[in-house]
Design a protein around this ligand. Sequence first.
Ligand code: GAL
Length: 933
Amino acid sequence: MNRKVRTINLSKLQVRPNAFGKLTTGWIVIYLSVFASFNALFAQNQTPQPRPKLRERISFNANWKFYKYDSSSKADDLIYNVRPIVNNYNGQKPADAQPTTGESIQTIQAILKPWILPTGNDYINDPNKYYQRPAGFPGRDFPLVQADFDDRNWDDVTLPHDWAITGPFYQGNNPEVGGSLGRLPSPGVAWYRKKFYPPAEDAQKLIFLEIEGAMSYAMVWINGKLAGGWPYGYTSWQVNLTPYIKPGQLNQLAIRLDNPNYSSRWYTGGGIYRNVWLIKTNPVHIAPWGTFIKTKKATTSLAKVNLTILIHNESNQEAQITTTTSIYQINATGEKTGKAIARSRPTITLIAAGSKTIAENSVEIKNPRFWGPPPTQTPHCYLAVTTLYQNNIPIDSHETRFGIRTLRYEPDSGLIINNELIKIKGVNLHHDLGALGAAFNRRAAERQLELLREMGCNAIRTAHNPPAPELLELTDRLGFLVMEEAFDMWVMQKNPHDFHLIFPDWYEQDLRAMVRRDRNCPSVIIWSIGNEVGEQYTGEEGAALARRLSAIIKEEDPTRPVTCAMNWAKPDMPLSQVLDVISLNYQGEGIRQDPAFEGTDRIRTTPQYAAFHQKFPQKVILSSETASTFSSRGVYLFPVTEKSSDFIRAEQGGDTQFHHVSAYELYAADFGASPDKVFGALESHPFVAGQFVWSGFDYLGEPTPYYEARSSYCGIFDLAGFKKDRFYLYQAEWRPDLPMVHILPHWNWPERIGLVTPVHVFTSGDEAELFLNGKSLGRKTKRTLEYRLRWDDVRYEPGELKAIAYKKGTKWAEEIIKTTGNPAQLQATVDRGKIRADGKDLAFITLKVTDKAGLTVPTATNLIELDIEGPGEIVATDNGDPTDFTPFPARQRQAFNGLALAIVRAKPGASGRIVVTAHSSGLEKAQIIIETH
Ligand code: GAL
């Protein structure tokens, strides 16, 4: 694909007057000829120091000022590029609607793209394709980028920050931001400003700003000069501040973000929603993410790992650099412990001034501890510390977390890790963290992984974009397998303002940045170049593009396979040929096979596992998306389908009035299938490597089938992280050795006395007997390809339901559920009673409305009010109801089917007792004490 560099008619460049007063039109034509190259800069400043400081990586999350224009139409004109005008936007297209041709834009309006593109040059392989920065400093006279601009009235924010999550929600019909984006104000243009004071000795340094994720079209000004930026909101990137920074003086950063409406099929959030770092290095330094560790040999007695180290010499002299690497054990927080357990021999490399070179180190580790997924293996990680020396003086030191493991893909069985077949029991995760929004929080993500682990899940797919790097620190530490995905679309669009607009200019940089950042993570087992892309439909042309993307990944990492999630491409279609591993979305089970879909213009296909296996006997097949089963936690609708998988309509699993889906866990998207049907398809095709369920947790936006709502229905957990019944269906299958049995629905049906109220039982046993008020309703055995036990003719009477499960004829597990009394009290439990006062750590409090006996009232909707005393704050509340429009920061939250959630954060630096009290009119209150230190 040809990259087009726009030529701009400079005389036409203008900035419109706006809320900040009349702005000059001269910013673009003032050509600052003193734009210093690094070489020139360091020629002047390089006074050799006996012991230069090594690399510093300083958190830059604190003390930002924030301002968002109240509407995009009132924002300034410092745009990356113009966008197509959107008419007749359809925000409720089915997820598997065929993507359409992308738009190209014709304009003479001033755009800043030419100044932004060079930021990605380090991620372009061919130096001839580097973008040249045009002359001038766009926006240099714009008030918001000036140091003396008065931002005292702006909001004080600490990063990570999501400007949209506090709401309020847009409600009603035809809102400005619809259900697909979670009805939250993520679209818009906003600025972040920060002052900082680099010490005078930084004049010797290269200084980079590293942004782990900014949503989106970030552009960075420092001291009034546009330094660069990055459009794709999910990529981590660096911008070099060195030419513009003023050591020994007060410096001003100003970052503009522009998050377009109609740019996503789900909630993006808005803002600098991941960490930001200031990185200082010497002129000769290891490139960002410049190390790559490959395991060459791995036996129980010896592992041999090779490191390639990309070194930049940005000084004006040739440098002779000695490189060594030492290996350390690592603790739970990722820090090295003890002495080095192995060291490489030094290697000596000569690097010409202004150039890059790769140095290699190799290290042998005796009796290595392997990285592998629990429960059968342990996820052991090591830390490699690579040091550069010049004239025997250390000048850079760089840490790389890695693991030793072998990975093999076997077409007839699946994934082999350290010689053990590991079936993928995975889920898809979006990047938002429910009520906390897109702002990454390590504890919130860790809690999700802990809950998934309890279910027996061992893998996640980062749908459909690179995650926060901290998520991968967690998956490395906890031993989850990761399919890391780059894009949801390429050239073909799914929405008028989505990534297709920037794809042609940025796909190479985004892919290389993703792989370089994460290729040392042992948890990453496969790269995905895309999800359900429109290029499935464009035959050879689409396949050629896939080949190009796959080649880029392999240049950065030849050790892992490349895949792409396909919901349409069939075995004989060109895209399928390109991929190392075949990843199917829903096709394995078949799509829209019900006779009701005959004649549809949507995707309709017979089950495809066998066909793919036959066509590609040498390739592994996995399901990158299964199920898309929908449900609202604790909502049961009648009648219940007799099928083992059904699609949702009014009176068929769907409540069109209150916008809920029945939690019998039998109802799926038109193209999806119930978990039962998916299990059946996998069991019948044992060569399939496993599945990633759509989705682990409910997420913000994409509330199919009810776009009146705010969040999705497809999670195994609801948005608050509460288990839906489905949790137990997966647990039964994924943890067969855990004795468990689960009954649904709840047993509070005063209006159904005498009516047929089906009872379903999920168990890891193979049989169960059900009792209603002590009377047996029969013992049932799971038949072949059956995953639940159903008593579909039970007539409701209040009292007690008991299930006794058996495995191989012996009692295995028992559960009793009872009709409860009226709400009488609140009960509170907390996930951890002690949290760190670091401004990040969180406590998750579950609030239950119970009867006098302490049984959760499964239909309770009482309004709960929260008080907090001590050094903590309530960050958000939720209840997992996709239709609840109470803003997340509210301290009052209605219970949804008996439950509500409060998320508490300790004030940074404080220690003491945080006391959270929950009240509700007519109910006994509950209290939780959290210690912070
Ligand atoms: C899939 C899509 C996912 C999500 C899901 C909803 O087709 O890949 O991103 O939209 O449907 O059911």
